[in-house]
Design a protein around this ligand. Structure first.
Ligand SMILES: Cc1ncc(COP(=O)(O)O)c(C=O)c1O
Length: 363
């Protein structure tokens, strides 16, 4: 079976080092918010190129904490694409604000800045730029809109750790950046994890207090908070993976180039990479004809693919809106995420390519 993603392969690549740090943490006697978390936060903020990183329990909490501490709530509207993980919109609802869905560009699959201005009104307070699949949004245009309309820009970098735009790491461009360390992510924990990054020290301090009941250094609560902490074990594992992240992202890029070169078929559109950016290829998503049949054919040949995402958020009961998003809706019927992860062998990648060619040659 060739999986679409494999956190297990990523574990095996660093197994020896991971086992050593797990033992170290076990014997340290400190399991929550200790030196491993402190070191990880320092190293991660340096990697992204910002002055503060605040780790937390998962990527959804990272978005929630960011929105909450940017003081978004009831009556506010937040612009967000519907072609993303549900978490991007769920976090908006969690603070009591309303998601306003924006259509995407058909070539990059990222939020379409040209459709944003029409949707801005007095209630619009923020925009979540989701760097989907690892592809950078058009941050020049988005930052201009942010200034013009005086709205906060939140970067959802859950799928784009290590991606850059105009030589700046994603997460360091907007007002705040939010990351997920879900096991399948490019920087994946062996469990849940997340992080918020910002250059705004005041905002960082607010988020740090909010992360733990609103406590200050004396454990006094000045304003209410939650409990969303990264544990020492995950931080220690993430520190190992962070050292290797650029190398792993290069491997992903090599695999992506191989697919792009070999999948030149009239029925298949392979991803483009935005100019002046580095794409971390969290996912390799093609647009293709006869998508469902292809997916089944590959499955019958023991190749697992996935849909990111089968149902756009605006069409989900519970998060729905009456808005029509033609590009998003059309895309959701054509996308297919092919196997891509560090540890995927060339032989297996060739098998995927051959089977796709075979499928279309039969039709
Ligand atoms: C774009 C995006 N945003 C947010 C999240 C939420 O991250 P987590 O699963 O760690 O809560 C994810 C993860 O699936 C994601 O892909």
């Amino acid at each position: 079976m060739i999986p679409q993603a494999s956190p297990y392969h990523q574990y095996k690549m660093y197994e020896k080092e991971i086992r050593a740090v797990v033992k170290k943490v076990f014997t340290s006697g400190r399991y929550i918010l200790g030196t491993e978390v402190e070191k990880f936060e320092k190293e991660f903020s340096k990697f992204i190129g910002v002055n503060s990183a605040i780790s937390c329990a998962n990527g959804t909490d990272a978005l929630f904490m960011a929105l909450k501490q940017l003081e978004l709530g009831k009556g506010d509207e937040v612009l967000v694409p519907a072609h993303t993980a549900l978490a991007s919109a769920a976090a908006i609802k969690m603070v009591g604000a309303e998601p306003v869905y924006v259509d995407i560009k058909s070539d990059t699959f990222t939020i379409d800045p040209d459709k944003v201005l029409k949707l801005c009104n007095k209630k619009t307070k923020a925009l979540i730029a989701v760097h989907i699949y690892g592809q950078a949004c058009d941050m020049d245009k988005i930052m201009k809109i942010g200034k013009l309309k005086n709205i906060k820009i939140i970067e959802d970098c859950a799928q784009s750790v290590g991606s850059s735009y105009n030589n700046k790491m994603l997460g360091s461009i907007g007002d705040i950046g939010c990351f997920s360390f879900f096991p399948t992510k490019n920087l994946g924990a062996i469990g849940d994890g997340g992080c918020v990054v910002t250059n705004n020290k005041k905002l960082a301090n607010k988020i740090k207090r909010f992360r733990q009941y609103g406590w200050n250094d004396d454990r006094k609560t000045l304003s209410p908070g939650i409990n969303s902490r990264l544990d020492e074990l995950q931080a220690a594992i993430l520190r190992i993976k962070l050292v290797n992240l650029n190398k792993d992202n290069k491997l992903r890029n090599n695999q992506a180039s191989f697919y792009i070169n070999k999948l030149r078929l009239p029925e298949v559109v392979t991803p483009i990479i935005r100019k002046n950016s580095f794409h971390s290829f969290h996912l390799f998503v093609i647009k293709c004809e006869k998508r469902n049949q292809l997916m089944n054919y590959l499955k019958s040949n023991k190749i697992i693919t996935a849909l990111h995402y089968k149902t756009p958020i605006h069409l989900m009961p519970g998060y729905s809106s009456k808005k029509k998003l033609p590009v998003t809706e059309n895309l959701s019927k054509k996308i297919l995420s092919l196997p891509l992860f560090p540890g995927l062998t060339k032989a297996n990648q060739k098998k995927v390519i051959n089977k796709i060619h075979q499928f279309y040659s039969k039709r």
